[in-house]
Ligand binder design. Sequence first.
Ligand SMILES: NC(=O)c1ccc[n+]([C@@H]2O[C@H](COP(=O)([O-])OP(=O)(O)OC[C@H]3O[C@@H](n4cnc5c(N)ncnc54)[C@H](OP(=O)(O)O)[C@@H]3O)[C@@H](O)[C@H]2O)c1
Length: 342
Amino acid sequence: MKTMNKPTARKEGNEETHMKAIVYHTYGSPDVLKLEEVAKPAPQDDEVLIKVHAASVNAADWHLLRGDPFLVRLVVGGILKPKVKILGAAVAGRVEAVGRNVTQFQPGDEVFGDLSGCGWGGFAEYVCARENALVVKPANVTFEEAATIPVAAVTALQGLRDKGQIQQGQKVLINGASGGVGMFAVQIAKAFGAEVTAVCSTRNVKIVHSLGADHVIDYTQEDFTKNGQQYDLILAANGYHSIWAYKHALRSKGRYVLTGGSMAQMYQAMILGPLVSMIGSKKMGNLLAKPNQKDLVFVKELLEEGKVKPVIERRYPLSEVPEAIRYVEEGHARGKVVITVK
Ligand SMILES: NC(=O)c1ccc[n+]([C@@H]2O[C@H](COP(=O)([O-])OP(=O)(O)OC[C@H]3O[C@@H](n4cnc5c(N)ncnc54)[C@H](OP(=O)(O)O)[C@@H]3O)[C@@H](O)[C@H]2O)c1
């Protein structure tokens, strides 16, 4: 049976049996998140117990915190109140114990992974995860850097490679290039041999260039949908343009993949995208990233080869998860925001 990383009744305890975690019992703003002492989880037969060293914040955390859009309540569970009580999907840490059917890991291994498919729970001192949600951490990155990868980099990879069918030499544009997904997308597109145009605001032009973007468009100065340039692939990670503006910026047979942006843009990609794709040569639509061990290994190898380098803008201690989520929710993070768990 799957462990939901669910806290049991709050009570004082020692380090052997209890741990600190950021818990919420009702949907709401970051104010509903509280640091509590809860029972330490124990691994099921197919699970690994991880001592969490770092976790990164993703947009999914604040969507689940607020239960908004409503669809997340149906998908993750908890129509009226949250079923998952401890947020945090992207984690890195050390294996503390393993269930008896676990074959890939042993105590002491340094791992990272995406727990969104197996109960969440990363904003805590310990968490249990199915072994296939995890991968051994590369030696050349820190726990904090490793924690940035699981959701954001895998989303960028699946958007570019699977939905976008990226090819070497293609002209690729990343909108929202300075955020968590966007910074990985720029580097992964370069690793695939594309000519990359990154779109961000003035204050991020330099850092996005330093990640390898061939061209950078400052969205405060220029509208890429109106400058006459066209692209083989556009990955929309953030910022709003209508689906028609994106279509205009696509070459014939080009592809548009939305991973994030405004709600209006999301509905356009989900509803109009498939219709547009039926009538012309351009393919348009959205991506719903899926946790996947093979893709984590793929990104891990890019990290080991030095082709992808995580960018961490801010670090917060576990007790300040509410502040970290508040910051990410504002929509102007530069790269990733990480929770350091001591
Ligand atoms: N589909 C999936 O499965 C999936 C998975 C993960 C994430 N997502 C979604 O993907 C989106 C991006 O996630 P993220 O983690 O990258 O978000 P993020 O880190 O919060 O993105 C922040 C970045 O977006 C930039 N930005 C804001 N407005 C912009 C605009 N008008 N044009 C261009 N850039 C703009 C900001 O730059 P400035 O400060 O310079 O404006 C900032 O650097 C979110 O909507 C998230 O929900 C989807």
